[in-house]
Write a protein that binds this ligand. Structure first.
Ligand code: GDP
Length: 463
């Protein structure tokens, strides 16, 4: 039987309102212990989800605050258990004394994510929906929040459930055939099975195709800054991030490792990565930096090649540009526009001058950053088409989901190939079972406990 848990659900610090949550057997009683409504009905006897106004008391029975409270009985609550919530003023002292009083009334402190974990264990949410809760809390852009809200609403679960149920029906067919082991699958049945497998294969492929958009939305578009030492990469990263994240000095080669920061520009989330440079060097530390920079470049969705506009482009600038263009969509940023000897750089014939966007700007004064922001937003739209937003909630957004969906696809493809080759039903059965197992992991039907523990550890206390 689960224990009674309690937590402060609002963030630390002061605020207008602070909320205490309880879940588990005896939640209403424990809450009633510290909350007395002004009306006659005690909180423990109040109808479900009816807000009552009353007084909040501490462990010694002294008045702490006035506020609102409600109870919700199993199974009609977030966790599926008996729950109670008390809303006080958002004072850390009041909330902590009230929490002590709840613990004295029989509750223990909740672990991070324990409320949502109970909701999952009680079948209120599947695992993709539980992940959506934390994604929604952590969302850094409106698009990421919309995606998480859709997923929480079951958009992804419904898709997976559709595939799961079609494959379960197919299993029933196989099992029926297996009862007559001497007979082959008759051609008509085999064709029908093949069609079902092909449809589910296509559905899983479509789902997996969403993962790039999902990852970009969730982790941000990786935008790598490259350029010769002193071009102004760190200054630009800081200007875009709006705070001092990288060390800016006028000694070439200060940034020896990659430095990254997340920023929202034009409504899109970007992961800006400042690199150490790509110059070959004898210094082992610099070599390490160069290796990291190359790695960053290989992972880039976009490259910002920064050059010092007060100097003509050098051979090194051209080499960097070509290397960047070979990897990803590249924008040339001509920095230090505020200086009088600034001139717009002339890309060489090999630098794809016809398609290369050149933006003059000054990381120091901020001049031209608005043009850069608009350009980045436009590139983001290409990487994250509008469709990603209309299908809110139907994207795979993390590696756990992607890997499980891939395993399900592998199982279905194997089964389809085996059927085409005329393999026996028992061989097909194993493949479809593997696919079902992977889908079960995706939604949490058959997931291992250590995996769920890892997911819920990302949560905050009180959620
Ligand atoms: P990095 O080596 O490419 O990361 O270059 P930094 O960002 O460290 O900048 C090198 C030097 O150029 C520093 O002294 C900066 O203050 C200066 N700097 C960077 N951007 C600008 C700019 O837009 N205008 C001017 N005048 N100086 C800049």
């Amino acid at each position: 039987m689960s224990e009674l848990i309690a937590a402060i659900a609002t963030p630390p610090g002061t605020g207008g309102v602070g909320i205490l949550r309880l879940s588990g057997p005896g939640a209403a009683q424990a809450a009633a212990h510290i909350f007395q409504p002004l009306g006659k009905t005690p909180l423990s006897e109040a109808p479900d989800r009816q807000l009552l106004y009353g007084r909040v008391f501490d462990q010694a029975g002294d008045l702490l605050d006035t506020g609102l409270a409600f109870v919700s009985r199993a199974p009609h609550s977030y966790t599926g258990e008996e729950t109670a919530e008390i809303q006080c003023h958002g004072s850390p002292v009041v909330l902590s004394l009230a929490l002590d009083a709840l613990c004295a009334a029989g509750a223990r402190l909740a672990r991070p994510g324990e409320f949502t974990q109970r909701a999952f264990l009680n079948g209120k949410l599947d695992l993709t929906q539980a992940e959506a809760v934390i994604d929604l809390i952590d969302a850094e852009t409106p698009a990421a929040a919309r995606q998480a809200a859709g997923q929480l609403n079951g958009a992804l679960s419904r898709q997976i459930d559709g595939i799961y149920s079609a494959l379960t029906d197919l299993m029933a067919h196989f099992c029926a055939v297996l009862d007559y082991p001497d007979e082959d699958i008759d051609p008509f049945q085999a064709e029908q099975m093949g069609q079902i497998l092909a449809r589910q294969e296509a559905a899983l492929q479509a789902l997996l195709a969403t993962s790039r958009r999902g990852t970009l939305l969730h982790q941000g578009i990786t935008c790598v800054l490259i350029g010769r030492p002193n071009a102004g990469k760190s200054s630009l990263l800081n200007a875009l991030a709006g705070y001092e994240r990288a060390i800016v000095t006028n000694i070439p080669g200060t940034t020896r490792d990659t430095v990254e920061t997340k920023v929202t520009l034009g409504g899109y989330l970007f992961r800006l990565v400042d690199t150490a440079g790509l110059r070959d060097s004898d210094d082992p530390i610099e070599q390490l930096g160069v290796a990291r920079s190359r790695q960053a470049l290989a992972e880039a969705d976009l490259v910002l090649a920064v050059c010092d506009g007060t100097q003509p482009l050098t051979e090194e600038d051209h080499d960097l540009l070509r290397e960047a263009l070979a990897q990803a969509d590249t924008i040339l940023l001509a920095n230090k526009r505020d200086l009088t000897d600034f001139t717009l750089p002339q890309p060489a014939a090999n630098d794809a001058p016809n398609t290369l966007t050149v933006i003059p700007l000054s990381a120091k004064t901020g001049d031209g950053l608005d043009t850069l922001e608009t350009t980045l937003a436009r590139r983001a739209e290409t990487l994250l088409p509008q469709a990603a937003q209309s299908a809110a909630g139907e994207l795979l957004t993390n590696q756990r989901q992607i890997q499980a969906a891939q395993r399900a696809l592998d199982g279905v493809t194997h089964a389809k190939d085996a059927l085409d080759l005329g393999m026996t039903p028992d061989a097909l059965l194993t493949d479809v079972e593997a696919a079902l197992e992977a889908l079960g992991e995706l939604t949490g039907r058959t997931v291992r406990e250590d995996i769920t523990a890892r997911i819920f550890s990302r949560f905050c206390v009180g959620k």
